[in-house]
Design a binder for this molecule. Sequence first.
Ligand code: DOR
Ligand code: ZN
Length: 349
Amino acid sequence: MPTSNPDQITLLRPDDWHLHLRDAQAMAAVVGASAAQFARAIVMPNLRPPVTTLAQALAYRERILAALPEGSDFTPLMTLYLTDNTTAAEIRAAWESGMVQAVKLYPAGATTNSDAGVTDPRKVAAVLETMQALGMPLLVHGEVTDPEVDVFDREQVFIDRVMIPMRRDFPGLRIVFEHITTEEAAQYVRDAHEGVGATITAHHLLYNRNAIFTGGLRPHWYCLPVLKRERHRSALLQAATGGNPRFFLGTDSAPHARRLKEHAAGCAGCYTAPHALELYAAAFEMAGALDRLEGFASLHGPAFYRLPVNRGTVTLRREAWRIPDALPFPGDAIVPLAAGETIAWRLIG
Ligand code: DOR
Ligand code: ZN
């Protein structure tokens, strides 16, 4: 349980239920940051080419383990990238391996490396049927890609066009609505039948869409789904801090080199892995709910995924420190979210 000292919080070791680690040298530059904060992470499969088979997931897992700094205690939980051509047999083999915890559904074209994603959920009905029978979670990037739909409305429209029909057709399918960004999605998850959860990022708890435009166009605040207006941020903060076990921590830390963010067509993604818990602590403190951080960060995710809670603890201390302007990244640098700003909490071990 969190300690009662107002300047220190101790939590059971938390997990990151939504993380991008990339591959090769980029992965080597970022994986240590997540291992310093979290015991486990659900690793997203949107590599190029995507991780679509059990063999690819196992090989990727080995590369992650090999890239970890000496002495790390970090378990990558693997996912498969769902395509129109994924077979039910592949999914079953992945689940039975015990190494693949979930399948990720990207609507084709919704975000970074999603071109091979699902063009129509009806095409993957056999796979969803199998997952429903196995109890294997489907992780959903919940945005429609219809160019006629305003970019700020794509999540709400996804609920009506995809989530509701999918839940109707597969009522027993376990679903994580990933990185929710709207009041409507929070409400949907709260009111859904059993088996639906959601991850929430630190940046969607701390910032509204003004952050993208404050004093000029600020690409390091650009991610997908994009930050929304204040009423949504405030609803997400309420959802995350309200103690409901359907909501759990997923950073969506998504590293891109500085030159690809500060670009005419900048990449989507906020790099939050190095200071993720500090950002979440700031958000929970803002809501007067630091005592609920442990549930959100360390308990609700394992309960949804039916995995044991971690042993051991981490401690955050109230200590103002400055987020670095940039960190090392192959051939370039990487700019963490809120670079140069002061943050009130620090992970001390
Ligand atoms: O902002 C994002 N970045 N959203 C995603 O869905 C993908 C991610 C990435 O891989 O860069
Ligand atoms: Zn993501």
